[in-house]
Design a protein around this ligand. Structure first.
Ligand code: PLP
Length: 444
């Protein structure tokens, strides 16, 4: 008898089989209920089982599900591009569709390099990024990712793009304190540019709020203004990786709006389709597109499933649902409500070192010593243990490990669907409270 397997994230582990989902709840085949406190991987922004999305899928499938983008365009893809460009800041008016966040950041990398090539500049081929960052798992995206845990097996295949320190005030890599530091983590980008040589660098990429590798690390307010100035000074494009933060997650359509800074390229994914279908995009400024249009006229990237009409119809329905239900506003107010709750838990549990975030992208960092901020040893597996306790108690939270060394740090992301209610947040906090209590007992 042949034994076949679906390769799971952790081989040999038991994963419950999902039955169905409704709103912020998921149910497995044994009837157990889970609160989706992380929207999966910060993806399911409008909750599970929304009827209108299934209807949009059905309608589009009854017309046409797939066309190849080099042969046809579709009304759904055209309308979606228009809709996203309408929300995008400044002159970011052109949209290139891909299927994952990794493809979106990698396309951003290629577009940035191509922008300079089209002008006859062939040396600007590097992208500077930061440590404690994550931009995706494919080799180009991983080259930009300062997530050592995810890089280390493949370093021989990767470019050395991470160079600058992150704006991680709670565990400042420059051992300084805000605001006295003068935001020298931003100046660190300038030092990196000078060390590498500005004539070699096409772009700088950053997550507006650091997600998977740090747990909702929000930069100081001045940070991105300084970064924009530095990029302009050295003729370097600014790429905002909004794969996690975009599409309303932080209370604004794009997180860079919090600081009124306009990037040259934005990568989005995850919440764009709210998980109903794979879809992501790279949004590009007129400044860049004009150069390509008057040059080769071809953005040198693309995938078989790019601009898939079925996925585009889903994303349009997701955005329509967000607009009708004021989900950006709800993300802002419910996010504040959740932060207030988390701060109360911080008083109760000394292992909660920091609580942070914007909108419904909230992070909790756990430390061994809240005075010195000393992290737990990696062997303590604090994040894994908490995840597993929460899971058993019926709450899904997202691990954000890597920290300042790249191999340590214990943080979780709390990021329920953007239509979560106050009562549901209270339920999430009750389970989290109980789970951290159990973890504390285990650690004693
Ligand atoms: N960029 C950021 C900021 C992310 O958080 C992620 C995924 O977590 C990615 C890129 C990669 O997206 P995907 O997993 O869809 O390839």
């Amino acid at each position: 008898m042949r034994k076949t397997h679906l390769i799971k994230p952790v081989l040999g582990s038991d994963y419950p089989v999902i039955s169905h989902g409704k709103g912020i709840y998921l149910y497995d085949k044994d009837g157990k209920q889970y609160i989706d406190g992380s929207s999966g991987a910060i993806t399911c922004n409008i909750g599970h089982g929304v009827h209108e999305i299934a209807e949009a899928m059905w309608n589009q499938a009854n017309h046409v599900s797939f066309v190849y983008r080099s042969q046809f365009t579709s009304e759904a893809a055209e309308q979606l591009a228009e809709k996203i460009a309408h929300y995008a800041p400044g002159d970011l008016n052109s949209v290139f569709f891909v299927n994952s966040g990794s493809e979106a950041t990698e396309t951003a990398l290629k577009v940035a390099i191509q922008y300079f090539q089209e002008q006859g500049n062939l040396t600007k081929t590097k992208v500077v990024s930061r440590w404690t960052s994550y931009h995706g798992i494919t080799l180009g995206a991983l080259s930009m990712s300062g997530h050592k845990l995810r890089r280390h097996r493949f370093t021989s295949l990767l470019e050395d793009f991470p160079a600058a320190h992150p704006p991680y005030c709670y565990q400042c890599p420059l051992k300084d304190t805000y605001p006295g530091c003068g935001v020298k983590c931003a100046d660190d980008l300038e030092s990196s540019i000078q060390a590498i040589g500005p004539d070699q660098i096409a772009a700088f990429i950053a997550e507006p709020i650091i997600g998977a590798s740090g747990g909702a690390i929000v930069p100081p307010d001045e940070y991105f203004k300084k970064i924009r100035e530095i990029c302009d000074r050295y003729n370097i494009l600014l790429i905002a990786d909004e794969v996690m933060t975009g599409m309303g997650r932080t209370g604004k359509m794009f997180a860079m709006e919090h600081w009124n800074v306009t990037p040259d390229i934005i990568a989005i994914g995850k919440g764009m389709s709210a998980g109903y279908t794979p879809m992501a995009a790279t949004i590009v400024s007129d400044r860049i597109m004009n150069v390509i249009e008057s040059g080769s006229k071809v953005v040198m990237s693309g995938h078989t499933f790019s601009a898939n009409p079925q996925s585009a119809a889903v994303c349009l329905a997701v955005i329509d649902y967000m607009e009708r239900n004021n989900l950006q506003e709800n993300a802002e107010s419910m996010g504040q409500y959740m932060i207030n709750h988390l701060q109360r838990l911080q008083w109760k549990y000394p292992l909660i070192g920091d609580v942070r975030g914007k909108g419904l992208l909230c992070g909790v960092e756990f430390v061994k010593n809240p005075i010195t901020r000393e992290p737990f040893e990696i062997t303590s597996k604090v994040t894994d243990r908490l995840l597993s306790i929460c899971f058993d108690n019926g709450l899904l939270v997202y691990p954000a490990v890597g920290g300042v060394t790249g191999f340590s740090g214990d943080s979780i992301l709390l990021s329920p669907p953007l239509n979560v209610t106050k009562e549901q947040i209270t339920d999430i906090m009750d389970i989290l409270d109980q789970s951290i209590g159990e973890l504390t007992t285990q650690l004693i």
